[in-house]
Write a new protein. Structure first.
Length: 105
């Protein structure tokens, strides 16, 4: 995926994005033992990232992207707003997040 996609590094996570025109957008989360910690810490980081993306999912195009969010160790303890801003920034930098004004209700 990295060979043909784009990698955007954030403070608390790394986003790998691959353009897949005409295919539904998919997202996955990676929280490794080496990168994040034990099972409890990995699950906490994954839950936090999934919730942040879930709230913003309406702003992600329905088709055209395969996304992978790789958590850093700081993603489990960072203040929620810092983590949310970081996720929004990397999604926008990859072109996978529409501005709020362009979202249809």
């Amino acid at each position: 995926m990295k060979a043909h996609g784009v990698a955007v590094r954030g403070t608390h996570c790394l986003l790998l994005a691959l353009a897949k025109p005409a295919e539904p957008t998919k997202i996955g989360f990676i929280t490794s033992k080496k990168g994040v910690g034990n099972a409890v810490q990995r699950n906490r980081a994954r839950r936090r990232l999934r919730e942040i993306v879930r709230v913003r999912w309406a702003r992600v195009p329905a088709t055209g992207y395969w996304l992978v969010v790789i958590a850093h160790r700081t993603s489990r303890t960072a203040p929620h707003q810092d983590l949310a801003n970081d996720v929004e920034r990397v999604l926008a930098a990859a072109g996978a997040l529409l501005p709020i004004a362009e979202v249809q209700p």
